[in-house]
Design a protein around this ligand. Structure first.
Ligand code: CMC
Length: 377
């Protein structure tokens, strides 16, 4: 009998370290580091392009390096025409994450040196993907709302350009700061599920487009980046603060997860939450949607009281994006647009590590079944 040896199965790979990384550290005690910098020190002092540079080159840029990267990123926000045509031809009822997943895969057709897997070619590809994911997200929104595609402009920073191309109107200084911080806070987060998926694909020496496509498909799920959109659905379902207690109790009684709460690693509040809470409050104040912000505070208190769990990055991201004029179906695409910098940094690191990620499993099925030909079944 081929009885398999007993192995230790770590359900959900909880606490399993699958590789070494220098890119980010998610501390269970509630701190997050990008390449050694605490995000609390970065979020209000750097722009998203500086974070991109940090993740790709392992250090912060000087002014000249930053200007060069910004110009390159903005020029790479222009999309090949077949991509915009294909987006326009997509049925309007498709979810933007489905369209994004398809178009990132499609993008590889227009990579002139797609067979060049050198480090330099992959770095170039990484920068193109960081720029093209938000540009595609913006183009999907424009097409879905029957509005013309908006070209990027050198006058604006990268995050500001993204919001401009998405909405077709210029961001004011507070919106500009908000989108920059949003993207900075979402740029990387250790071996989360989508990053791991990207690294698994990269570990087979597959191309970067395939790895980012894997990541997008993984981020889409409601237990990961898809939670953000569901948070907005919950806020839409609850009309007043008085309804919160009963709504949350009902969800818990039905064994349902409260979206935007809980975390695999943090045992305390997610360090990104305090920043997003503050950004959300500020924006809601300006847009006269403080009722939504106050609803969030009430939900946070009730969920903590009942389950002793904290909001994660997705909770206040929902009201933040809503106040920036982003519709809920585009919340996860905004997350993807920011996380692409982390994904490609991890893909490059995985290429360097050059090891196939291939775990094993504990077989618990049957042995020795007698084969029966199809005519006799
Ligand atoms: N609502 C209700 N109970 C929860 C929640 C929640 N959102 N999250 C965790 N719990 C409970 C869980 O039921 C369990 O309770 P008990 O010990 O009584 O059985 C306990 O907390 C431990 O949770 P867990 O299921 O072991 O946690 P996990 O590490 O397997 O899952 C999670 C982490 C993020 C999948 C989960 O918290 C969840 O489903 N949250 C809602 C979806 C969500 O917000 N996802 C975004 C995750 S963070 C950012 C991102 O990746 O996008």
């Amino acid at each position: 009998m081929d009885k398999p040896p007993e192995k230790i199965v770590v359900r959900g790979l909880r606490d399993v370290a699958a590789a070494e990384t220098k890119i980010s550290y998610v501390n269970p005690n509630g701190t997050l580091y990008y390449v050694g910098y605490n995000i609390d020190d970065l979020v209000e002092q750097v722009c998203y392009e500086e974070v991109v540079y940090l993740l790709l080159y392992n250090r912060l840029p000087n002014k000249q390096e930053l200007d060069k990267l910004r110009a390159l990123l903005i020029s790479e926000m222009n999309l090949p025409e077949p991509i915009t045509d294909s987006i326009k031809a997509t049925p309007k009822n498709c979810h933007p994450m489905e369209v994004l997943r398809t178009e990132i895969s499609h993008l590889s057709y227009y990579d002139a040196d797609c067979n060049d897997h050198s480090e330099a070619a992959n770095k170039r590809r990484a920068i193109q993907l960081i720029a093209k994911v938000p540009a595609i997200v913006a183009a999907i929104h424009r097409a879905h709302t029957n509005q013309p595609t908006v070209a990027p402009t050198e006058e604006f920073g990268f995050a500001e350009n993204f919001l401009y191309m998405f909405r077709g109107k210029t961001a004011d200084s507070e919106e500009k700061a908000a989108i920059d911080r949003f993207m900075t806070l979402h740029a990387d987060h250790g071996f989360n599920a989508s990053t791991f998926a990207a690294r698994v694909t990269a570990s087979t020496n597959s191309d970067m487009y395939s790895a980012v496509t894997s990541a997008i498909g993984t981020l889409k799920g409601p237990l990961h980046g898809g939670a953000c959109e569901k948070v907005m659905h919950m806020l839409d379902d609850i009309n007043t603060e008085e309804e919160v207690e009963e709504y949350i109790q009902g969800m818990l009684d039905d064994q349902k997860k409260i979206m935007g709460f809980g975390h695999r690693v943090y045992k305390t509040e997610d360090p990104r939450t305090k920043h997003l809470r503050c950004i959300a409050e500020n924006l809601c104040h300006r847009t006269n949607t403080l009722n939504l912000y106050n609803l969030c505070l009430k939900i946070e208190n009730v969920v903590h009281e009942k389950k002793k769990i904290f909001p994660n990055v997705d909770f206040y991201a929902a009201v933040t994006l809503d106040a920036l004029g982003v519709t809920s179906a585009f919340f996860t695409p905004f997350f993807a647009s920011s996380r692409t910098s982390g994904w490609v940094a991890h893909i490059l690191e995985q290429y360097e590590d050059a090891v196939l990620l291939r775990p094993s499993s504990q077989y618990v099925g049957e042995f020795g079944r007698k084969f029966v030909p199809i005519e006799q079944r």
